[in-house]
Design a protein around this ligand. Structure first.
Ligand SMILES: [Zn+2]
Length: 284
């Protein structure tokens, strides 16, 4: 009575159930996210996380076949609000091929992304949609995702222009643009110096580095690895050989730690330091 539909059919079923087509009553609009048969609606709340539990999806009471798992644990609609054009290769959402694990290149979350489409002759390549932010991506045959996830970790407390430059360096690394990554890391040194008061006009690159040292933003202990950023950036800018992947990732790591030292520690101190009123008079 309630055959499990393919993806495209499932969308049509949901439309009918919601009363938007054919004048049907909205008895089956179970979740508003992923369409499910009417029989699935009453107990969908009782099986949270069924899709990710590792077990098989529950059986539909009418058809006796496996039905799509409840989707209230998903933040985005995944397959539910999409219009698919059913073809010979359409797959129901309980099909393992309808989902793929990975890190979203848009929001950075580790998700079980919905596979929107793949082709019969090249099934390892697929178009996906993040179940957290809803953005679309493409997974190539070699498993690489476009856009790729950002390389490196977030740093708090950055001024906007520095944050933009750091995000650009991470994005460059995420798409194997390692020369551009190192050039941007070099430029971040200039951004930091100007943000801390160096004169943007008329200052040489060496002058920016000297400024950071003279004003104690780069301490003697930090100087050797900050100099690595400078040296690698100079090679990327002035020399022809292709930038080595490992070297560029190291440059990005040093840049991350420089930003953490210069900005994030101060930012966290402002957030967590005790207020003057909280300090007991007898405290030492
Ligand atoms: Zn996402």
């Amino acid at each position: 009575m309630c055959p499990l539909p393919a993806i495209g059919e499932e969308f049509l079923y949901c439309v009918k159930a919601a009363g938007f087509a054919g004048g049907a009553a909205a008895v089956g609009q179970a979740c508003g996210l992923r369409p499910v048969p009417p029989s699935a609606a009453p107990d969908r709340e009782s099986t949270p996380g069924a899709r990710t539990s590792g077990g098989k999806p529950p059986l539909d009471a009418h058809s006796g076949r496996q039905r799509p798992s409840p989707c209230h644990d998903l933040r985005m609609a995944a397959h539910g609000d999409l219009i698919h054009v059913p073809g010979a290769g359409s797959a129901p959402t309980h099909d393992p091929r309808a989902w793929v694990d990975g890190t979203c290149g848009h929001c950075g979350r580790v998700v079980n992304a919905a596979v929107l489409a793949f082709t019969q002759d090249l099934p390892s390549a697929k178009w996906t949609r993040c179940t957290s932010c809803g953005e679309g991506s493409y997974v190539a045959r070699n498993g690489r995702t476009f856009p790729g996830p950002r390389i490196g970790r977030d740093v708090e407390g950055l001024p906007d222009i520095v944050a933009e430059a750091y995000a650009e360096a991470r994005d460059c690394a995420g798409v194997n643009a390692f020369t551009a990554c190192e050039m941007t890391c070099r430029k971040i040194l200039m951004h930091i110096a100007v943000d801390k008061g160096a004169n943007e006009r008329g200052t040489t690159f060496k002058g920016f580095i000297d400024y950071l040292e003279q004003h104690n933003h780069v301490t003697p202990a930090m100087k050797p690895w900050v100099d690595v950023i400078r040296q690698h950036g100079n090679i990327a800018v002035h020399e022809l050989p292709h930038t080595d992947t490992e070297r560029a990732l190291g440059t990005l790591t040093f840049t991350e730690h420089l930003l953490r030292n210069v900005y994030e520690m101060e930012h966290l101190a402002r957030r967590f330091a005790p207020k003057a009123d909280d300090i007991e008079p007898t405290s030492v």
